[in-house]
Design a protein around this ligand. Structure first.
Ligand SMILES: N[C@@H](CCC(=O)N[C@@H](CS)C(=O)NCC(=O)O)C(=O)O
Length: 246
C-alpha cells in the first residue's frame, strides 16, 4: 500500500508523481494544500518533520525527500528501471539529481514565490502569517513565505535564478550533445528530476532561457511528449495562477 502526500503545483511533488507514473505504481493520493497551511498541521509533521511535500508512506513507513523517494520507488517497485546498470552512469545520475536539488530547486523557488505565489500570499493577514509561519520548522521556508507575502518583487533574486539556470543548462547542453537523455540512451531519474522545471519556466514566462541551448530545447520536446509527463502536471484548478486560494 503506497500513499502519496503532495500538492498539485509543487515541483518536488511533480518529480515524485512523474516517477510513480513512469513506473506504473498505483498510489493513494492525499492532497496537502500549502496555501491553506495543511503542511503545517501536527498530523502532517508526524510524517514529514520538515513540513514540506512530498512524502510517501509505504506499508505504514513515511519516506521524505523527493530525490530519495524516487530512488526508493525505483528500487522497490516493478516497472521499467529508471536507474542505469553501470555504476559509473549511476554515479553520474546522482550528480544530476544533486544538481537539481542543490541548484535548480532553490533557483526556481525565486520566480515561483516572487511571480506566482505572491498575489495569493499578499492577501493573508499579518496574524495569519505569524500564527502559521511561527510553527514552520524551516527558517528558509519562513523567509520565502514572509518575503513573498510582504516584500516587493526581488529583482536581484530573479536575476540570480536566471544565472543559476544558465549555469545548469550549459552542463545539460553538453551532456545532451551526444545523448538523448542526461545519462545516455536510457531515460532515468536524472531526466525525471529536471522535467518539472520546464513546466514551471513556461508558467513564469521564462522560456527565453532555452534560447541559447538547442539540445536542451530538444530534450524538453522529447520529455514533454512522454505520457507520464502530461499526467504528472497539475490540473488548471491546481495551479498557483488559478487564484482559487483564499
Ligand atoms: N528537499 C525537499 C524539498 C521539498 C520542498 O521544498 N517542497 C516544497 C514544494 S516543491 C514545499 O513543500 N514547500 C513548502 C514550504 O517550504 O513550506 C524535497 O526534495 O522533497
Amino acid at each position: 500500500m503506497l500513499e502519496l502526500y503532495h500538492y498539485g503545483d509543487s515541483l518536488c511533488s511533480m518529480k515524485t508523481r512523474f516517477c510513480l507514473i513512469e513506473k506504473g505504481v498505483v498510489f493513494e493520493s492525499h492532497f496537502i494544500d500549502l496555501l491553506k497551511w495543511e503542511h503545517l498541521t501536527e498530523d502532517y509533521k508526524k510524517l514529514n518533520p520538515n513540513s514540506v511535500v512530498p512524502t510517501i508512506v509505504h506499508d505504514g513507513t513515511p519516506i521524505i525527500e523527493s530525490t530519495i523517494i524516487n530512488q526508493y520507488i525505483d528500487e522497490v517497485f516493478d516497472g521499467p528501471s529508471l536507474t542505469p546498470k553501470s555504476p559509473i552512469l549511476r554515479a553520474k545520475m546522482r550528480v544530476w539529481t544533486k544538481l537539481q536539488d542543490d541548484v535548480i530547486h532553490p533557483a526556481i523557488q525565486k520566480p515561483t514565490f516572487n511571480l506566482l505565489v505572491k498575489p495569493m500570499l499578499e492577501k493573508k493577514t499579518e496574524k495569519e502569517l505569524d500564527d502559521w509561519l511561527s510553527t514552520h520548522p524551516l527558517e528558509k521556508s519562513r523567509k520565502l513565505f514572509k518575503g513573498a507575502a510582504r516584500g516587493p518583487i526581488n529583482e536581484e533574486a530573479l536575476q540570480d535564478a536566471r544565472n543559476q539556470f544558465n549555469f545548469v543548462f550549459a552542463k545539460m547542453e553538453q551532456a545532451l550533445s551526444e545523448n538523448k537523455w542526461l545519462c545516455g540512451s536510457q531515460f532515468t531519474l536524472a531526466d525525471i528530476a529536471f522535467g518539472p522545471s520546464i513546466d514551471r519556466l513556461g508558467q513564469c514566462n521564462w522560456l527565453e532561457l532555452f534560447d541559447k541551448f538547442p539540445n536542451v530545447t530538444e530534450w524538453c520536446d522529447r520529455i514533454s511528449k512522454r505520457a507520464a509527463y502530461s499526467k504528472m502536471r497539475p490540473t488548471e484548478e491546481q495551479r498557483f495562477t488559478s487564484g482559487s486560494v483564499n
